[in-house]
Ligand binder design. Sequence first.
Ligand SMILES: [Zn+2]
Length: 203
Amino acid sequence: MITKQVCISLVALFAAMSTLGGCVAADVDDGDPIDEDGEVAEGLSFSGCSSAQTTKINQHIADALQKTKKSFSYLGTDSKSQKRFNQYFGPRTSAAQSQVTAMLKQIRNKLKNKSFAVSCNFAQNNCGPGVVARGGDDHLDLCPPYFAGSDADAGATVVHEVSHMLGTDDTGCGPKHLPEALNGAYCYEGFVYNDLWGRWDND
Ligand SMILES: [Zn+2]
């Protein structure tokens, strides 16, 4: 079993300086037999979420899936891809590339299959100060800041928490944080959304 993890996201603090440019590359077929269409989050179970919240969460999950799929196009050998990889995962060795690719596929499939439960029961979700969401054991437990931030921040949080369901930890990212960055929730969140440039003190 995966231990439930506490995630105090710093995304909101950086929202003002983040931009969402750069996601212009075409989707890359990596060979996995998944349906590329119909990404409506209808398979999720929701608890305590209003209709408006449910609509938002579905949008965030769909966006997280789309961007995760797009992120495969940044696993290439061109300089832009290498820079992006290095920012979050350090040097693009074949071993690192394999590990990151495998985790991204798991995240993508989890978002695609939507086999987890979403809770908006703030009182039960241990929503302490600064807690945006918690993920683990196929649960995505949300707290008020999740709904107060931008949709992009929320989508990035979804990637972060889904990665926790798959066993990632909260670590630093980039060359100074190896090997743990290769299993870091912030690193996958950052690589997929590319909205965290400068958050970490990387070379
Ligand atoms: Zn976390």
